[in-house]
Design a protein. Structure first.
Length: 125
């Protein structure tokens, strides 16, 4: 099976999934009460950083170490977002089902990022 040529980071399925999740997190964050401003800011920031680090990793892929480093940061952002969502669920601001779905989707993103790290040489040029 031939691998499809990816020209831009926007074409990466993992970027598309991360962007979709960042937008979903933003919608949830907008519903948080004013006293949870820090939670709102952290959830949105960490979800956006996943996308930003995937984009930056793509642009640095000719340098394997830099590529892996940025993907590691994307992983950290995904895990951080999961944690903030857990806080939102525990605080009663987000329904458990919704929170579980978001956490599950970020687990899928983490799996793909891990695979990309393990196969970094295949992504380099």
């Amino acid at each position: 099976m031939t691998r499809r040529l990816i020209r831009r980071y926007h074409e990466l399925q993992v970027y598309e999934a991360a962007f979709e999740m960042a937008m979903q997190v933003l919608e949830i964050a907008r519903e948080l009460p004013p006293e949870e401003d820090e939670l709102r800011v952290q959830m949105v920031r960490s979800s956006r950083l996943v996308c930003a680090n995937i984009a930056e990793a793509w642009q640095r892929r000719r340098y394997e170490g830099a590529f892996i480093g940025k993907l590691n940061k994307a992983e950290a952002g995904a895990a951080e977002t999961q944690t903030w969502v857990e806080f939102a669920v525990s605080g009663g601001y987000v329904e458990a089902e919704v929170g579980q779905e978001i956490i599950f989707r970020y687990t899928e993103i983490l799996t793909v990022l891990g695979q990309m790290i393990e196969q970094a040489q295949e992504w380099s040029f």
